[in-house]
Design a protein around this ligand. Structure first.
Ligand code: NAI
Ligand code: A1CAB
Length: 262
């Protein structure tokens, strides 16, 4: 199968293209790429086919990955009759994607695609075949793991989480490091402290995230300094802030799709 990526030098498109090649999931002669700035002699160390535009890319590909920003979809003019179209775009629903004439799958990767750690939920429109589903799973295996979800509306929730990737951990790290520097610690030590909590803590929970409530209960039962901190965070609205963030992101995705006011 020949895979085409539109937006192949962008954040996600580049991660996908680079990893498809480095993992040998696709050979360079079967990868077709397009971007806005034009062909380069080298794509992640390989010579691949550069298409002039979306129309040429679709003609040269069996599967078309659309990895442009949502606002760039209308001008793309993609014609993909008879092809499988795998869209990464937030807030562009199947009602608009069907205009291209392809069989539509919407997927929601996240920035951890770069390191092969994206969990990518995806939804398949009617007409998508078992072979298409297998192809989607294979393509997404380049950037991590994936699961099919039942309803398209769930993609908007997935845009908020996990689509936000490292955004909220980064927000927490910045707030933590700022507390330390505000209290007189040099920045390098402040960042190491934040790294220990955010990255060390995440590593501890990796593969057993459903144990998070039990871990929190253990800290609370300890009745020490961390319990005092957890109580203060909740009193200051920590969980409510996370809820507000995810709700705002999902509402924005729905509004982009024209399903609801922002
Ligand atoms: N960055 C992220 O963490 C996530 C992004 N997404 C979705 O993935 C899509 C891509 O996002 P990013 O990679 O972050 O965007 P990006 O802005 O880094 O890359 C998009 C690329 O598309 C190219 N492009 C635009 N119009 C084009 C055209 N007509 N022909 C060829 N190339 C064209 C741009 O030049 C750019 O290189 C977006 O629709 C976004 O909603 C979804 C989940 C997470
Ligand atoms: O922030 C964004 O709009 C992109 C799409 C989903 C996640 N990140």
């Amino acid at each position: 199968m020949r895979i085409g990526i539109i937006g192949a030098t962008g954040w996600l498109g580049s991660a996908l293209g680079g990893r498809l090649l480095s993992l040998g999931i696709v050979t360079p002669d079967r990868l077709v790429v397009a971007n806005r700035s034009g062909a380069r002699s080298d794509y992640h160390g390989h010579a691949v086919t550069w298409a002039r535009d979306a129309v040429e890319l679709a003609a040269l590909s069996d599967i078309v990955v659309v990895s442009v920003r949502p606002q760039d979809w209308p001008a793309l003019g993609l014609g993909a009759e008879g092809k499988l179209v795998l869209s990464f775009m937030a807030g562009v629903g199947s009602d608009r994607l069907r205009d291209c004439g392809g069989r539509i799958v919407r997927a929601m990767p996240n920035a951890a695609a770069d390191i092969g750690r994206s969990w990518t939920p995806w939804w398949a429109d009617q007409g998508v075949t078992d072979a298409d589903r297998q192809a989607v799973t294979t393509i997404l295996s380049a950037i991590g793991t994936s699961d099919e979800i039942a309803r398209e509306s769930q993609i908007d929730l997935m845009t908020a989480l996990p689509g936000s990737g490292a955004a909220y951990p980064a927000l927490m790290a910045v707030a933590m490091a700022r507390f330390m520097t505000d209290n007189g610690l040099p920045p390098d030590i402040a960042w190491r402290a934040a790294d220990a909590a955010v990255c060390g803590g995440a590593a501890m929970l990796a593969g057993r995230i459903a144990d998070a409530p039990a871990l929190l209960a253990a800290y609370r039962d300890y009745r020490g300094t961390t319990a005092a901190g957890i109580d203060a965070a909740e009193a200051a609205g920590f969980s409510a802030a996370i809820r507000a963030a995810l709700d705002a992101a999902a509402r924005k995705a729905r509004a982009m799709a024209g399903d609801a006011p922002a």
